[in-house]
Design a protein around this ligand. Structure first.
Ligand code: FEO
Length: 408
């Protein structure tokens, strides 16, 4: 089930005791993870016992407790459990851990303390809420807590081990892809692969909360002088370049734009695909790039990641049963859920036999936060010359907008 390697030392008295998940097909049962994912749990050795930092998904409990025991020995020596984030991929083992460590108390944000009973059966007297910035001596290790609301849930926080400078960031800076056996550090893995999947993870999981992400980055800048290692709960541990994940998040969260028009389309019989070709050539002739994506071929998870930094978006599609075809509708709905537009320009092109639905797509894009440009282009399946002229006019406008936005 897991890759089956043992605990790994991260720093003095700090150990990785996580697991690889290569059996789950979709993270949160929505986002494909063909190459798996890791759940990174940690444990700290103090002068007066141990502190567990987060846990793993319940189906990996045996592997997790085996690793934890290899470091701790008798689990009753665990005196504290830091719960940075309540989602079950990290706390599926919490109740069992508290049974095996009967003296352990839970260090959690105040919002988390209010939420924990909605997810787990934890006696109230074992829950110790901490405030933002608090420093707590936990079993002989001094820990500082840094609230990071909405990265990924409202209760989420990070924890800095002051002795070693290891910052446990939970979901933030995490990545899809299981860790190679025995190798958890950024200088031991194919980092480019993880960075690509860290972007998809960010866009899929955390990206809705861009303002919170930027707030958290500003807050982290104030403690980065003390941080030597970034230890997320998914993906590699950044010890050789702990600044890298912050720099990447800034690129992905800020409205940094590539001078490109993302051209999302679906074509049933090739008519729309031919329009896409003309549209693309016109965009490129104006000096912008066109990133063409067939949404029937790419899962929305990847479409989001690929279009996160596009300066503008165009959708081209045929009418289907008086509606937007389902694969494109999935993208537009997900764009809305993720508040993906961030004020970027967008355009709509529909071809049809008897009933265009351009307005519905424009409304969906507007709800997602895009600024939809005129003209809304509707073309017959065999387009008239005046209709094609409007297609090219929209291509011009989006190319200009993309170039202008990228210059800002
Ligand atoms: Fe990795 Fe929001 O859980």
């Amino acid at each position: 089930m897991g890759a089956g390697f043992g605990p790994i030392k991260v720093a003095d008295g700090v150990y990785w005791v996580g697991v690889n998940d290569t059996v789950t097909k979709r993270f949160e049962n929505m986002w494909p993870i063909p190459d798996g994912i890791s759940y990174n749990a940690y444990v700290l050795e103090g002068s007066d016992g141990y502190v567990a930092v987060d846990g793993v998904k319940d189906i990996f409990a045996d592997e997790y407790f085996s690793k934890l025991s290899q470091v701790v020995g008798d689990l009753r020596r665990i005196k504290y459990v830091v719960v940075n984030h309540l989602e079950p991929d990290h706390q599926g083992t919490l109740e069992e851990l508290l049974r095996r460590a009967p003296e352990a108390r839970v260090l959690i944000s105040s919002v988390g303390a209010r939420m924990i009973g909605d997810f787990y059966d934890v006696p109230r007297e074992r829950v110790l809420p901490v405030s933002d910035g608090d420093v707590v001596n936990a079993a002989g290790r001094r820990l500082r807590f840094v609230y990071a609301p909405w990265l990924h849930w409202p209760e989420t926080m990070m924890t800095l081990d002051l002795a070693t400078g290891v910052l446990f960031t939970c979901d933030a800076f995490g990545s899809y892809v299981a860790l190679p056996p025995g190798r958890i550090f950024d200088d031991e893995v194919d980092l480019q692969r993880f960075v690509g999947e860290a972007k998809r993870y960010y866009v899929n999981i955390v990206g809705r909360y861009t303002k919170n992400t930027l707030d958290a980055l500003a807050k982290l800048e104030r403690v980065m002088g003390e941080v030597k290692v970034i230890a997320p709960a998914h993906g590699p541990v950044y010890r050789s370049n702990p600044r890298l994940p912050l720099e990447l998040y800034r690129q992905w969260a800020e409205p940094v734009v590539d001078p490109e028009v993302a051209v999302l389309y679906i074509s049933m019989y090739g008519h729309t695909a031919r329009l896409v070709q003309q549209f693309r050539e016109r965009v490129e002739s104006r000096g912008a790039s066109a990133r063409v994506i067939d949404v029937a071929e790419e899962h929305v998870s990847y479409v989001l990641s690929e279009t996160n930094n596009s300066a503008a978006v165009a959708v081209l599609f045929p009418t289907y049963d008086s509606s937007i075809p389902m694969p494109l509708n999935d993208v537009l709905y997900t764009y809305q859920v993720k508040m993906f537009g961030r004020g970027r320009p967008a355009g709509v092109v529909t071809d049809y036999g008897w009933g265009p639905v351009a307005k519905a797509a424009a409304e969906a894009l507007t709800k997602a936060g895009f600024k939809v440009l005129e003209p809304l282009v509707t073309l017959h399946t065999r387009p008239r010359p005046d209709e094609l002229a409007r297609l090219l006019e929209l291509a011009d406008r989006l190319a200009e907008a993309a170039l202008a936005a990228a210059k800002k």
